[in-house]
Ligand binder design. Structure first.
Ligand SMILES: Nc1ncnc2c1ncn2[C@@H]1O[C@H](COP(=O)(O)OP(=O)(O)OP(=O)(O)O)[C@@H](O)[C@H]1O
Ligand SMILES: [Mg+2]
Length: 334
């Protein structure tokens, strides 16, 4: 009664926290700034992101999640503690119950490590839920029904595709490709075609403005500034949506392969349900223009983007914790 219940989505780019009864209360970059001398943590989350690129010597900003999986457990614990403290207050009397989502198919060693990190970060009890289930719950898919549902979460670092039936994951596939790789393909194209070097932020901005999975009816263009790789001097170029749409196509096809891989392994009865109901997409990269249209054409199965696509995973994690009896088959507890 007195202890709070919180759900946490540790994303490659951003981490979100859901508080029971309130909804999503925190959304911060998954970054921790560490001192190089003694390994001490200097800043976490938004404060650490602010430091990225402008840190004095001796401080490095690290991202504990890489390609959608935890790469550094010590830093992850620091991050979890930061979120728990921020939501529950530092001098709390009752420890919270915390549910964290993990990619489908993580090993039992990895599960244990996340559970331990959550408990050390100050949780009374720690729970894990598989990310595709959380995404499906958050997308309001009735996952308990004896019928096949397919969800594809395309984030910054990874893509997770899964077929769910009777509250459990039946088939899944994950690929270490997402929005970050889309940004990289933009950067590489511009470097090759114009000898222009651009930063990460610019690449993402170009993607958000110009990128589309299928060509747009109306041409749009934008002016890009960067550094010429040959002269070393600043340079401005004009870029169109058509070029970027072509440049990102191979990366989108890698994401598509993960989706097709799951469809190929799906038992026939469930496949027939999915053809009826379609595929639901979530995660930030599902917001890329026309990606639903492109995937529909490529798979022959109707694809739709969920409402609040960026929040599905954290909302589903929180909702699973609120209705733990309903989902207990798919939840690991410690
Ligand atoms: N409107 C949009 N169009 C295209 N891409 C977008 C849009 N909005 C966000 N993104 C991209 O979505 C990605 C972030 O998505 P999300 O927050 O779901 O990732 P994450 O949960 O941190 O990563 P992961 O789930 O892989 O660990 C970024 O690459 C961002 O550029
Ligand atoms: Mg995510």
């Amino acid at each position: 009664m007195f202890s709070k219940r919180i759900g946490i989505d540790l994303g490659t780019a951003n981490s979100l926290v859901y508080l029971e009864g309130e909804g999503v209360v925190l959304n911060e970059p998954t970054v921790v700034a560490v001192s190089e001398d003694d390994g001490e943590v200097v800043a976490v989350g938004s404060d650490a992101k602010e430091m990225l690129g402008r840190t004095p010597e001796g401080i490095t900003a690290t991202r504990p999640m890489r390609d959608g999986v935890i790469a550094d457990y010590i830093i992850t614990e620091v991050l979890l503690k930061h979120f728990i403290d921020k939501v529950c207050g530092k001098s709390r009397f009752f420890k919270p119950e915390v549910m964290v989502c993990v990619p489908a198919g993580v090993t039992s060693v990895e599960r244990r490590a996340v559970l331990d990190a959550t408990l050390s970060a100050g949780a009374k009890s720690a729970y894990l839920i598989e990310e595709p289930l959380a995404a499906a719950i958050g997308a309001k898919i009735p996952i308990g029904a004896p019928s096949g549902n397919m969800i594809v979460d395309i984030g910054g670092g990874s893509t997770e595709a899964a077929v769910i039936s009777l509250g459990g994951v039946v088939v899944h596939s994950s690929a270490r490709v997402g929005g970050n790789k889309v940004d990289e393909s933009v950067t590489q194209y511009i470097r090759r075609r114009f000898n222009l070097i651009i930063g990460e932020r610019t690449a993402e901005e170009i993607k958000l403005t110009l990128a589309s999975a299928t060509s747009l009816e109306e041409r749009i263009s934008m002016e890009i500034r960067g550094r010429d790789s040959i002269t070393g001097l600043p340079k401005t170029i004009e870029l169109t949506d058509k070029e970027i749409t072509e440049a990102i196509r191979p990366t989108l096809n890698r994401i598509l392969e993960a989706v097709k891989g799951v469809l190929e392994q799906t038992p026939p009865e469930l496949a027939s349900d999915i053809i009826d109901k379609g595929i639901v997409m979530s995660g930030g990269t599902s917001l890329l223009q026309n990606i639903d249209k492109y995937f529909t054409e490529a798979t022959g199965v109707p694809c739709h983007v969920a409402d609040d696509a960026l929040l599905c995973v954290v909302q589903g994690t929180g909702m699973a914790l609120e209705n733990i009896d309903l989902y207990k088959r798919s939840i690991t507890k410690r």
